[in-house]
Design a protein around this ligand. Structure first.
Ligand code: F3S
Length: 279
């Protein structure tokens, strides 16, 4: 049985950085927690818990020690509260997310109304909005929603890092009809599209697809949907233990991909498990 493992499978730059920072901080600080799960991998969160990193939902519940800020960032209000409580900060916010936050702040300070292309309830989007400190922000999912943005003298665009370039481009075109001055910052990170394009390619070749990652990870769930649409024999697993030999009856080629928050050791275990089936 042939196995095709996606080259892009697993940790993106920001998640790798956040995880390394968290493990280093766990060794350094005796009292440490993370504000929400550091990344969307229950297995990584568990390993960190074993090293003393507790997951805490609200800043109000942290009274001392160090706090790790997750890869997709926190709101300005949460950050203010952390400073007020005099906690040590381990900032694992992905630099790409930070950039989007900084551009939103800058645009507001320079008198632009911000058009933020993204999903309005996503924590990353909520974070970006908060850094405008009450500035005018319109969150739009696509160009249809951008139609509802009122005319303004100056519009500034930023995007949630996981948006597609095409969507940003279409929203930008719509915004040009709303303002004489449109400033665009392409804050998209291509880690998502690279993983999705590779998954599509492999799913077309394979007789069975395995998508590996936390069930709470939006990017892994999306990868599983993409693969399922192309190859109905797609299985979404968190770990190798869930894999069953019977899935592979008559299969000659297995494709494996994993979300941006799936650790390498889990991917390796899955590859090993599948290789065991073929023996
Ligand atoms: Fe950062 Fe992109 Fe990953 S924004 S957290 S490198 S998906």
């Amino acid at each position: 049985m042939k196995i095709i493992l996606a080259a892009s499978a697993g940790f993106c730059f920001g998640v790798k950085r956040a995880t390394n920072l968290a493990f280093e901080a766990a060794d350094e600080y005796p009292h440490i927690c993370s504000l929400g799960p550091i990344i969307h991998s229950p297995q990584v969160v568990k390993k960190l818990e074993e090293k003393g990193v507790k997951v805490i939902g609200k800043v109000e519940d942290i009274d001392h020690g160090a706090v790790i800020i997750r890869s997709h960032g926190i709101t300005a209000e949460e950050l203010d509260m952390i400073h007020q409580r005099d906690l040590r900060i381990v900032d694992a916010t992905c630099p790409f997310v930070k950039k989007a936050q900084d551009y939103a702040t800058m645009l507001c300070n320079e008198g632009y109304s911000v058009v933020l292309v993204g999903e309005k309830d996503h924590p990353e989007v909520q974070g970006i909005i908060s850094y405008t400190r009450g500035g005018e922000v319109f969150v739009v999912a696509d160009c249809k929603e951008a139609e509802r943005v009122p005319n303004r003298p100056k519009l500034g665009l930023v995007a949630q890092t996981t948006q597609s370039f095409k969507n940003l481009q279409q929203v930008a075109e719509t915004c040009l009809e709303k303002s004489k001055e449109v400033r665009i910052f392409n804050t998209i990170c291509d880690a998502t599209s690279v993983r999705q394009n590779e998954a599509r390619k492999i799913a077309r070749e394979a007789d069975l697809m395995l998508v590996v990652g936390g069930f709470n990870s939006a990017n892994t769930t999306r990868l599983a949907q993409i693969c399922q649409d192309i190859q109905p024999r797609t299985f979404y697993v968190e770990t190798a233990e869930k894999i069953q030999d019977s899935w592979f009856d008559g299969v000659e080629c297995v494709g494996i991909t994993a979300g941006a928050s799936t650790p390498r050791w889990i991917i390796d275990q899955v590859v090993e498990r599948v290789a065991g089936v073929s023996k």
